[in-house]
Design a protein around this ligand. Structure first.
Ligand code: SAM
Length: 350
């Protein structure tokens, strides 16, 4: 599909270094099933990965949205993770993430298929001035995640992301008669006999509780061993995994236009989807290759890194080994419980 040469690739995916606005222009219309991405946020303090001022944010991101609209299939979805922010110098929230939502729907033509909220229970309190020092605000631990679509009926199936039943629901399924009498509720819900049927899990809510506590991945291990700076703003693989599972089938194409450490490509690979990743920072994308070489020694990784020193290295990973394991041991019991209640899906380990 692309004219540029990737930095690295697998049989299913390709990772390109460059400005995604230029790289998007190489893609034909209507070719992508899901764009899953997390852009640089409108944070007050500039970070090393290129945040732009809050006020310019909508203007900055709109051309990316227009290109995404063009390359998405009619059945496609665009999932945009945006962290909240405070306005400069005052304890009042920026509206930038809501302005993006309105601009994308009103000016580009996207539908808001559903608004999701990613709750990260492991998030540290911030901003320090308003939360820790002056105790004026609660800690901000929720990102808005806008699920956009081109039409009112994008491809979607929540049965692929069912969550485990609560203990109460499990008991109800075992013995429905002692729990409820079939009848129509004032709310309009028809609590019929079918209510007690085991569907394999509960329908997930739009609040995704996922601690961002990756600590035992090959990516982090090798970054540490080789003294390489890890990407400072990664999302956990559970976040793209949820949307990839719900919104695509195997061999569909998933694109991340702000790829960072290529969490999305890695997750798509593990879930047997095709993937394309764009990332402007060569170093970030180079070290993301560690994700696909689980179990390799740091000497091997260094050799691969050397081969990736050119932008168009076209390094082929013959047998990628991606371990996608949401229930990793590093998570505390409390975090696992929070996740189990609100969000869980079958772990895929390849
Ligand atoms: C929030 S990070 C994404 C992190 C990623 N989700 C992960 O888990 O590693 C945003 C990324 O967008 C990249 N970026 C910023 N402007 C870009 C552009 N115009 N084209 C491509 N990448 C860009 C930054 O270098 C940064 O790595």
């Amino acid at each position: 599909m692309m004219q540029s040469t990737p930095l690295y690739r697998t049989a299913k995916g390709e990772a390109y270094v460059g400005n995604s606005l230029e790289l998007l222009a190489e893609l034909p219309d209507n070719c992508i099933d899901l764009v899953m991405t997390s852009p640089p946020f409108a944070l007050r303090r500039q970070k090393s990965y290129g945040n732009v001022e809050e006020t310019e944010y909508v203007q900055w991101i709109k051309p990316f949205g227009q290109e995404v609209f063009r390359v998405l299939k009619e059945s496609g979805s665009f999932v945009l993770d945006l962290g909240g922010a405070y306005r400069s110098g005052v304890p009042s929230r920026s509206l930038y993430n809501f302005r993006v939502l309105l601009a994308f729907c009103d000016e580009i033509g996207f539908q808001l298929a559903e608004d999701f909220y990613w709750f990260n229970p492991a998030k540290l309190p911030s901003p320090i001035e308003w939360v820790n020092k002056r105790k004026l605000r609660a800690k901000d631990s929720v990102n808005t995640v806008w699920w956009f679509s081109k039409t009112n009926f994008p491809k979607a199936d929540v049965r692929k992301v069912l969550t485990p039943y609560s203990d109460r629901m499990k008991k109800l399924i075992q013995d429905p008669e002692s729990f409820y009498t079939p009848k129509k509720r004032p709310s309009g819900h028809d609590i019929s006999d079918a209510f007690g049927k085991d569907n394999g899990g509960a329908i997930p809510s739009n609040l995704l509780s996922i601690p961002n506590t990756e600590s035992n991945s090959s990516y982090l291990r090798i970054c540490k061993e080789l003294g390489i700076e890890r990407h400072p703003a990664r999302f956990p693989s559970e976040l793209p995994a949820f949307f990839i599972k719900m919104l695509t089938d195997e061999d569909d194409v998933v694109l991340d236009i702000f790829g960072g450490s290529n969490t999305t490509g890695f997750t798509a690979e593990a879930l047997r989807r095709k993937w394309i990743t764009f990332e402007i920072n060569h170093d970030y994308l180079s070290s993301s290759v560690f994700r696909f070489l689980d179990g390799q020694s740091s000497a091997t990784m260094q050799r691969v890194l050397d081969e990736l020193s050119k932008n168009d290295a076209n390094y082929f990973i013959n047998k990628p080994t991606c371990a996608l394991n949401p229930s990793n041991k590093a998570k505390s019991k409390a975090e696992s419980k929070a996740q189990g209640e609100l969000f869980a899906f079958g772990a895929t380990v390849l």
